[in-house]
Structure formats: C-alpha cells, structure tokens
Design a protein around this ligand. Sequence first.
Ligand code: SF4
Length: 520
Amino acid sequence: MNINALDAFTTDLFEKLFTAKKDGAPSDAERKAIAELFRHAEAEKLTAPIVALFSALEKFHNDQGFTPEQLGITRDALTALAVKHEGIDEHRVTVGGRVGRALPIVDAAQSRVREYLDRHPKEAPSGIEVWDRMLENQKRIKNVLSMSDDDWNSYSGQLRHAIEDVATLSKVIDLPAKAIEDVLRVTKTYRMRLTPYYASLILPGQINDPVLLQSVPTGEMVDNAGVEIPPVAADHSPARLIDQFYPRVVTIKATNMCAMYCTHCLRIAHIGAKDRLYGKDAYGEALDYIRANPEIRDVLVTGGDSLVLPNSMLEWLLGQLDAIEHVRMKRLGTRIPVTTPQRIDNELLDILEASNDKKPLRVVTQINTAQEITPVSKAAFQAISKRVAAVMNQAVLLKGINDSSVKMWKLCETIQEAYVRPYYVFNCSYRNPQFKHLRVPVAVGQSIVESMYGNISGDAIPRYIATAGGKIPLHRTNVLEHCQGHVKMQKPWSGEQVTYPDPEPQEYARQDFGFAKYEK
Ligand code: SF4
C-alpha cells in the first residue's frame, strides 16, 4: 500500500508520528491499550475505530514522544488503515484530514463556547429552566389576588387582575420601601400595568431582575433630564393612524393599549393615560390612505399591541387589508405571547390562519430575555407559528437586561427553540429621556452581536439596528481592504484574516455569458 496515494494531511500526520522524540519503550499497559485499539480498527468496517487509534497514537507522540513502531504498530499496517478509512468514508475524507485538521479545529471552536455553556444557566436562565420557581410565584400571586384557576388561565382574567397600582404591586412583589415610593411618584405620570402571569416571571432574590426592570417603573423615568422627541411624530404620519418611513411599508397604530406597559416603551407618548378603542371611521381613513397608494406592499398593524384588539375587529381589519390588491403582506406587532400568552386561543389562531391563507401574515414580537420564554409562552409561539408565515423577534438592547454576550446568545437560542426567529436587536432609542438609564453604547451592542458569528446558528443571529428616522444597520464591517482581484476580510469570531478572491471587473462587465453566447 502506498501512503503517497493519500492526501497531504495524511502524509504530514505520518511524518509527525514516525519522527521519534524519545528513546526507550512504552509500558506494557500502553502497548496493550494501543494493540486493543488496533484490533478494533482492523476488525470493524467503520471509520471511528481508525480515528480513535490515530488520535491515541498522536496523543502518545505529543505527550511522550513515542512512534507507532515503539507502540507495536508498523508503518505498513497503519498505511493500510489510512487507506481503509478513506475507502469507507462516503466523502473520501482521509484520516489525516480528520485527525490532523478537523478534530483540532472543532476542539478550538468548542473552547470558544465553553464559557457560555458554563455561565448561561446561572446568568441567563430561560423561563423553562426556572419554571418551578415561577410556578411557586404563580401560586402565591393567585392567592394574593384571589384569582381562580379559570381567571389565571384566561386572557380576560389576567386583564381583570392586572397590577396597575402601587398597593397591589407591593402585595405581589417584595420591593424596597424607597422603590415603592418612586413607583407611586412615577405612576402619577406614566402608566404601570403587569398581568399577574408576567409578574410571576419575576424571580425573587435579584434586585435588578430583568423582567422586573422591564415592567415596574423606577424613579429615573421622571428624574432623567431631557426632552422627549416622539419617535413617530406628525412628520412621519401622512394619514390618521398611519406612520410611514419607507415607500412600500406602512404602520397602522391600531390601538394605544397593551396588556403590559414596558418601562422602555418607544411609544410611551402614544400610550397616554387611558385605554382607548378606536372606531372603524379611524381605521377607515388609514385604509383609504393605503388604498390610494398602490406602491404600499407591506402593512404592519401595531399599537400599542395589535393583539389587544377584539377578535372581531382584528378579523375585520385583516380582511380589509387582504381585500386591497396591492397589499401583499401583513404583519402584526405584539408582545402578548410573552406578557399574556392566555390570549392565544383557537378562535384567534383561526383568524390568523385564514388571513395567512390569503396573503402571508407574520407576527412580530418583542422578547428581551430568555426568562420570558416559559412552557406557556413557548406553546403559544408554537401554536402561532403553525398558522402564520413567520414569527420574528425584535429585541431591544437594554442595560442590565440583555447587555452581555451570555444573555443575548441565550435569548436568541431560546427563542429560536420556541419557534421564533431572532430578527432585529435595536439599540435602545436616544429619543426618550424616560429610559436613558437603560441605554447601552452602540459599540457594546456591536461586540455582543459580532460575538455570535461562528458560535451560534446563523439564523439565530439578529441584525443590529438603530432607529433614527428609519432603521439603520449598526454592524461593523469585516472587510478590511479592497484590493485588485480580492478583498481582505477578518473572521468576527477569531480575528483571523482571510483573502477572498473577487470577480475581475472586466469579467463581471461581460454580457456574452450563459445563453447570450448562442444568440443568432
Ligand atoms: S408592548 Fe410594545 S407598545 Fe406596549 S408598552 Fe411594551 S414596548 Fe410599548
């Protein structure tokens, strides 16, 4: 058998293994262990025993300097096994490539995620992982609020028992007296509402719990200096209820209500002090605008939260949009599957599916921590995902809530496992002083998002976006240099530089390609 018939990886590996580094003889036990691996590699028609033998020989060589011959294996016998390996492998991968290159590369890659794997259960547990603790909270909250099981398991029960005042809040969540005073102060200006379900996701024992920070206002909301610049003001609203930043996409702000009011709400100015239901005349004007502008293709129905609309109104609105020929897609913006998943019942799912059957309907949600994904919200997302074209998440990067690689990786992986696609992560808006204490520097977000490349599934990596009169991508470039005929780039996960050949401009400019060559 000729080793030269094998690839360079294998000849390199042989050269290394057969270069003696140490005189003397291995122990009987060491020779016996290698003999056993050799016996398996010869006897079995599999690649793994051959890989195990070569890996063990390489380890002996690295650690102790012994050659295969010193361990009782001849060069010919090993060559025969290398040839056998290549013959078995469907893709003709050689044992040299596998042992000398692929396994060390995988090992190095694994070392990049080891820290995350060690830290995420403690630093960023999902609601599924701490569900037992949440169930204890549920029991306690149900008791305090005198809620029956039916109340707890229904959307109307959750809304009826929503926590909107300090007295109820302090019965449900154990907060320092000064924090309670501040909630009282802030809620004179801004609304607070947590459903009992969402309150049960707050884990006692950590003062800046990420669910607590998102839902219970702190003094900064009124103390922060600055003037609010409403994000979607008159200059972006060409018609009643409509916002428009782009030529082919519009938003209908279909309600000012949400099942839970977030402390980082971009639309805090629109939420106002009171829930308001809008009439068909208001929607009618918005629909007239869409009908009159045939370039509009994609309509986002949001709020507030689009899923607080009664089913009859939602069905009517989606039906109106489906009837407009040039509207090709719809989106619903909602946080309800994480704040009040009890809303997701069969009647609603049937409405979503019927509209999706006419034209694609996507559900766009906002989940900011893995802690918000519980068995209940995951089931809600699974049910929605079976009925619509896509469920996508727009997270907001928030200090103390998700501003670390561990927290953001965990969020993106957890929601992906809950049938939701990580889509955007927004740098928290500069326009609202109310929550400037939750803002995270742009560069921190870049490092977090960049750390995902090469380490988690590509479709779990969101785009990092600033909203500044429209969405502006914030990703750093990994292209270092454009040269004649190639581009110099770096791998975001390791910094390793690679040269990437670019097509020649003259070649790209040629039009006589493909079937054009055959033109008569
Ligand atoms: S659900 Fe959305 S609109 Fe409602 S308060 Fe939260 S961020 Fe604002």
